[in-house]
Write a protein that binds this ligand. Structure first.
Ligand SMILES: *Cc1c(COP(=O)(O)O)cnc(C)c1O
Length: 427
């Protein structure tokens, strides 16, 4: 491995000028006790690091790259738009067309506002819910992730208390105390809080992917929507990960959820910084300048990100979702005997899945925490050695790109089986 020292020195240099060497913590590989490779290019399902090693990429920039890296037609469209200017800070035709497309694609979206990251989308959706209801309290479910802002970067309260604790130094306890938490898949826990206090909104990932992939129990999402309706509480479905992933219309389409507001990100920006929040017109009309709830962004709706989003969404046809479902099924069927034999489990919804290092597939955050994290670390390293780039944490979902060929998929199943055997041997 003659090139290896190069990336090692890059990591050292990075740590001198960037805290921890990375611009987002999970990239540091801390949870798998390793050093991250530095990537220099991607093409289709493959990425290449600075030492020339190639990996089948099952992270896809944490979800956006559903059509793989550097799709030539998408790149062409983006470059063409860029030649006419990268940002105006003025209304453009393309953002109107894009908003129309989002309203048509997502069952819960009648109006939509663009922003630049998923964090912004959920932050603004929560402010909007608070502003529209005149209430302050938010319910968040343990293990769901909604970006890195104060209202949602919280940890579950201890014991029976449902008051959240700050998830990070710097978040005032008084702010965290306005967020109440409940376990995922536990409807009664949410109903108890709704009965006790006036709640502005419940925010959740309908198919959580940020505690590993978790499947909503039958009736759970409908029950949440009904409980919210009964209490005058808004239901915010955070579809930053699931939007255009588990179906074109996201989890709301797949599970028929009646959401008041939804957040979009990742795929919707086609790999560029773009996110959105939208929902019922009467609620969205509270947003400035139509209404009094303030929200803004200098680069919101910029033509480059909008072009990438539009070019991506145009290619997400019913055939693509049929293909994503088929490759997901084929992967699951391929791995099932090995998982059973090794007493491991898997959750999958369409093309997102997680292999869990515990015999029973988890249904909530507490059960995910019960996994053998050390064995997961072995598995991650063994997969990387076999050229498969997986998210470096048990608490993350794996994404299959739609462009994966059957040959690549079969090789992937083989590589994962071998890595699983290694990891169990290693523990
Ligand atoms: C990634 C993610 C976010 C945060 O999006 P950023 O663009 O990283 O700020 C919010 N919610 C969910 C469900 C996500 O998966």
């Amino acid at each position: 491995m003659p090139g290896l020292p190069r990336s090692e020195s890059l990591l050292e240099r990075a740590r001198k000028v960037i805290p921890g060497g990375v611009n987002s913590p999970v990239r540091a590989f801390a949870a798998v006790d390793g050093d991250p490779p530095f990537m220099r290019r991607g093409s289709g399902a493959w990425i290449e690091d600075v030492d020339g090693n190639r990996y089948l990429d099952l992270v896809g920039s944490w979800g956006p790259l559903i059509l793989g890296h550097a799709h030539p037609d998408i790149i062409d469209e983006v470059v063409t738009v860029m030649r006419d200017g990268t940002s105006f800070g003025c209304p453009t035709e393309a953002e109107v067309l894009f908003a129309e497309e989002l309203c048509a694609a997502h069952p819960a979206v009648e109006q939509v506002r663009l922003c630049s990251s998923g964090t912004e989308a959920t932050m603004h959706a929560i402010r909007l819910a608070r502003g529209a209801t005149g209430r302050d309290v938010v319910i968040k479910l343990d293990g769901c992730y909604h970006g890195a802002h104060d209202a949602v970067l919280v940890a579950a309260g201890s014991g029976v208390a449902t008051f959240a604790r700050p998830g990070s130094p710097g978040i005032p306890a008084a702010v965290a105390a306005l967020t109440r938490t409940a376990p995922f898949n536990d409807l009664a826990a949410v109903e108890r809080i709704l009965d006790e206090v006036d709640v502005a909104c419940v925010i959740l990932e309908a198919v959580p992917g940020n505690m590993g992939c978790i499947v909503p129990a039958d009736g759970y999402l409908d029950g949440l929507a009904a409980a919210c309706r009964d209490h005058g509480t808004l239901l915010i479905v955070d579809e930053v990960m699931t939007g255009f992933r588990v179906a074109r219309g996201g989890a709301c389409e797949r599970y028929g959820i009646d959401a008041d507001l939804v957040c979009l990100g990742k795929i919707v920006g086609g790999g560029l910084p773009l996110a959105a929040f939208g929902g019922r017109r009467e609620i969205m009309q509270h947003l400035s300048p139509a209404g009094p709830v303030y929200q803004a962004g200098t680069l919101s709706g910029n033509p480059v990100a909008v072009a990438a989003g539009r070019a991506t969404l145009r290619r997400l046809t019913p055939d693509v979702y049929a293909r994503l479902e088929a490759i997901g099924q084929r992967l699951e069927a391929g791995l099932a005997p090995t998982l059973t034999e090794l007493r491991l489990s898997m959750n999958r919804v369409g093309s997102m899945f997680t292999i869990f290092f515990r015999p029973e597939a988890p249904t909530c955050f507490a059960e995910v925490q019960d996994c053998d994290m050390e064995a997961f670390g072995h598995f991650h390293r063994a997969a990387l050695d076999r050229g498969v780039y997986l998210p470096p944490s048990q608490y993350e979902a794996v994404f299959l790109p739609a462009i994966l060929t059957d040959t690549e998929l079969d090789a992937l199943v083989e590589a994962l089986e071998a890595a699983l055997r290694d990891s169990v041997r290693g523990r």
